[in-house]
Structures are given as structure tokens and as C-alpha cells.
Design a protein around this ligand. Structure first.
Ligand code: ADP
Length: 403
């Protein structure tokens, strides 16, 4: 029996049944919206080539099997087929071919049937192999394209971020000059009016000028803090570690903030008995950290005590803890208060001079100084901010950030 011719005669029926089976198979959902010809694709050509393999008089057209199956894989990749769906459609093809030829195969000799089975199986295996090869190639190319797109986007974002940081810094500098003149000029008017009562009379809105100075200073603080944050984020903030006398630094900060605590009748205490005598650190930055923590403790405490404890923890670390008996911080805000511009909603009366930047700067400075910050707080009972720092700040980290 000429099984090769038989297959050629039945190609249309096989293709029709197979497309139908693919459509009905619920595990090949990528074919759901495809037209008949989009599902069929090069399968008739593969079947024609399969007929040449079955033929005993013709040369096997392996080239056509390789080529058409390769194209099939490319198409399936673009149609979004999953590998399991492709494996399934070939399984269905094998089943449909055998069921369509079954009646005729039963008429052949055992030897013939074995040969035909073997040839069909081998052809389909080859088709699957080629199809998967091209499918994987296509997907790899897609991934490579996505990767280069992601790299480009990344570069663009980095450029935009940098441009933005430069803009912020430039804008802040532009704002600082006129603001300084406004504050300076207003202070001049206030000073001369306080010395000269006649001038006082001729300046009708003195309290407005005082407000200008107050708001101007607040704005200046905001600008300086924003600049500081953007410099840190741009990796432009550097440390200058020097041998630092911790106790005298803390004394200086205390003297500066004492008047603020006195106006609120708060008790200010310092315990430096177990403090290191000297540490190697950036003293200006350390002063900035202690000032921020202490002024927060005073601003957010209405009565009671603000205490600073400084001690050596080990041969490598030391700590400063600032404790207050103030309004406290709710547990859900413990992390967020270190984010720029975040202000906890735990105060009934708005706190003056609040920018929401102080703790963001503190946490970045502490990180830069290779330390860490811890918070223990209870609403309406008080808070303790503890910073743990190395006794000697190492410089390599700064060199990396300066490049
Ligand atoms: P600012 O105090 O200028 O708003 P900070 O970054 O220093 O900004 O603080 C962020 C927020 O954390 C504050 O608005 C306040 O709600 C809360 N906070 C900071 N320190 C304390 C403290 N000692 N006690 C209670 N709340 C505090």
C-alpha cells in the first residue's frame, strides 16, 4: 500500500481535524482568538514533507521539515504560545494523523505499519525539536531587547534624577540670596527702631516686620535643609573626621539650647560620666545631629525633663541617647519620621519651625558616619532617640561617595 500517497490525499482532512482539536483543547488558550489559517500555519507543508519520508521512491524532504517547523516556532512565539501549549499541539497532531490513517493502516502488513509509525514519529519529533529551537531563539531575542530597553530607561532616569538634583540645588541657591537680603533688611529696620523711638513711631507695622523675619528664617532653614538632603542624595556630602572632644561639644549644644528649654521650664540634664574622652568623627556633623535631637526633644515636650546620656559601649562603639517626657510617637510612625517632610500627627497644636527634614538629615548623617539610630517611644509618655557610632569613623566610605 502507498502510505505516502494516502497521507497526501488526507492532508486537508488531517489539518481540518487538527485545527479543530487545537481549538477545543482548553489547555491551549493562546489559540482561542486565532483564525483557522493562523493556527494551521506551515503544518500542511510539514505533512507534505512527511509524505516524502514515508515514500519509498522519493528522496525524503528533510530540509522542508526543518525549515517549516522553524518558521512555526517563530510564529508561535509571536502569537504568545507557552512551551507547554506547543508540546500539546504536536501531541494532538500525532493523534490526529494516526486516527485519520488508522483504518488504512489496519490493512497493511505488520512490517509496513511499523515503518510508517516509526517514520511519522521521527518526523514529528524532528518538527518539535526545530520548532522549540526557533521558539527559544525568538524569546531570547525578546528578552535581550527588553534588557537593552531597561538599560536605556535606567540611564535616562539616572540622567533625569541628576538633572533634577542639580535644579533643586540651583533653585535653592537662587532663593537664598534674596531671602537673606529680606531678612537682613528687616532686621536692620527692627534694630534701628528699637534704638530710636521716633523711628518706631514712623514704622506702622513693626510686628509685621517681625513676622517677616521669623518666616524668613524658617524659609531659610527649609532651603538649607532641602539643600543638605539633595547633596546627600547626590552623594556629594563628605565627612571630615578629626579628633573630637565629645563632652565639650555636648556642652556647647546645651548652652545654645538652654534658653529654649528655659522658656518652657523644662529640666535639662546631661550624663556624660561614661562618655569617651575623645572620638574621631566629623565634629560639625556630630554637633548637627545632637542639636537636631535635643531641639526636637525640647520642641515636642511640654513639661518634664530632657536628658542626654553619652557612654562608651565597647572598644569600637559609643552612643548618645536623648530622652524626653514629651508627646511621644505612635508605633506606626516610628520608621516614617525619618522620611523627608514627614510630620507625625500626634500634636494637637502645630509645632513652630517644623519642616519635617531634621530627622531625615540626622538619619542620613548617622548612616554616613557608619552608625545607626534607634527609637523607643510611647505616646504621651516620651521618646528616646539613641545613636550608636564608631569611636573612629573610617574614611574609605567617604572616598567612594565622593567619586
Ligand atoms: P520637624 O521636627 O522639623 O517636623 P523632624 O524630621 O525633626 O522634623 O521630625 C519629624 C517628625 O517626627 C516631627 O514632625 C514630629 O512629629 C516627630 N518627632 C521628632 N522628634 C520627636 C520627639 N522627640 N517627640 C515626639 N515627636 C517627635
Amino acid at each position: 500500500m502507498n502510505f505516502s500517497q494516502l497521507l497526501v490525499d488526507k492532508i486537508n482532512a488531517i489539518v481540518k481535524n487538527w485545527v479543530e482539536a487545537v481549538r477545543l483543547d482548553r489547555q491551549i488558550s493562546s489559540a482561542d482568538d486565532l483564525t483557522h489559517s493562523a493556527i494551521r500555519d506551515h503544518i500542511p507543508d510539514v505533512l507534505k514533507a512527511m509524505a516524502t519520508v514515508l515514500s519509498q521512491s522519493q528522496d525524503s524532504d528533510l530540509q522542508s521539515i526543518v525549515h517549516n517547523s522553524w518558521e512555526h516556532g517563530v510564529l508561535r512565539a509571536s502569537q504568545g504560545f507557552a512551551p507547554t501549549e506547543i508540546a500539546r499541539e504536536y501531541r494532538l497532531l500525532r493523534q490526529v494523523i494516526f486516527s485519520t490513517l488508522e483504518a488504512d493502516l489496519l490493512l497493511g502488513t505488520v512490517r509496513e505499519v511499523m515503518r510508517v509509525y516509526g517514520a511519522i514519529d521521527a518526523t514529528i519529533d524532528e518538527a518539535i525539536a526545530q520548532c522549540f529551537k526557533s521558539y527559544v531563539d525568538e524569546r531570547l531575542q525578546e528578552i535581550q531587547q527588553l534588557q537593552s530597553q531597561a538599560e536605556l530607561t535606567n540611564q535616562e532616569l539616572t540622567r533625569l534624577l541628576k538633572a533634577n538634583q542639580d535644579n533643586v540645588s540651583q533653585l535653592a541657591h537662587e532663593l537664598k540670596n534674596p531671602l537673606n537680603s529680606i531678612i537682613g533688611y528687616s532686621e536692620l529696620i527692627l534694630r534701628s527702631s528699637s534704638k530710636n523711638p521716633e523711628v518706631q513711631d514712623t514704622v506702622p507695622h513693626l510686628e509685621h516686620i517681625e513676622r517677616v523675619v521669623r518666616n524668613g528664617r524658617q524659609l531659610l532653614r527649609l532651603i538649607n535643609d532641602t539643600l543638605e538632603i539633595s547633596r546627600y542624595e547626590a552623594g556629594k556630602m563628605h565627612l571630615n573626621p578629626v579628633a573630637t572632644d565629645v563632652r565639650s561639644l555636648i556642652d556647647d549644644v546645651f548652652k545654645m539650647l538652654e534658653p529654649l528649654a528655659n522658656t518652657k521650664e523644662l529640666e535639662l540634664r546631661v550624663d556624660c560620666d561614661r562618655a569617651p574622652k575623645e572620638v574621631v568623627t566629623d565634629s560639625l556633623r556630630l554637633q548637627q545631629i545632637v542639636t537636631n535631637l535635643l531641639s526636637n526633644a525640647i520642641r515636642y515636650t511640654e513639661s518634664g525633663t530632657v536628658r542626654l546620656t553619652c557612654e562608651i559601649l565597647s572598644d569600637k562603639q559609643w552612643s548618645i541617647a536623648v530622652t524626653d517626657t514629651g508627646i511621644g510617637i505612635a508605633p506606626e510612625d516610628h520608621l516614617r519620621i525619618f522620611e523627608p517632610f514627614f510630620r507625625a500627627g500626634n500634636s494637637d497644636t502645630p509645632v513652630p519651625d517644623s519642616t519635617g527634614l531634621g530627622l531625615a538629615i540626622v538619619s542620613q548623617l548617622v548612616k554616613l558616619m557608619q552608625g545607626k539610630i534607634e527609637l523607643v517611644s510611647q505616646v504621651a509618655a516620651g521618646s528616646t532617640f539613641t545613636i550608636i557610632l564608631p569611636l573612629e569613623v573610617k574614611t574609605p566610605a567617604l572616598q567612594t561617595s565622593s567619586t
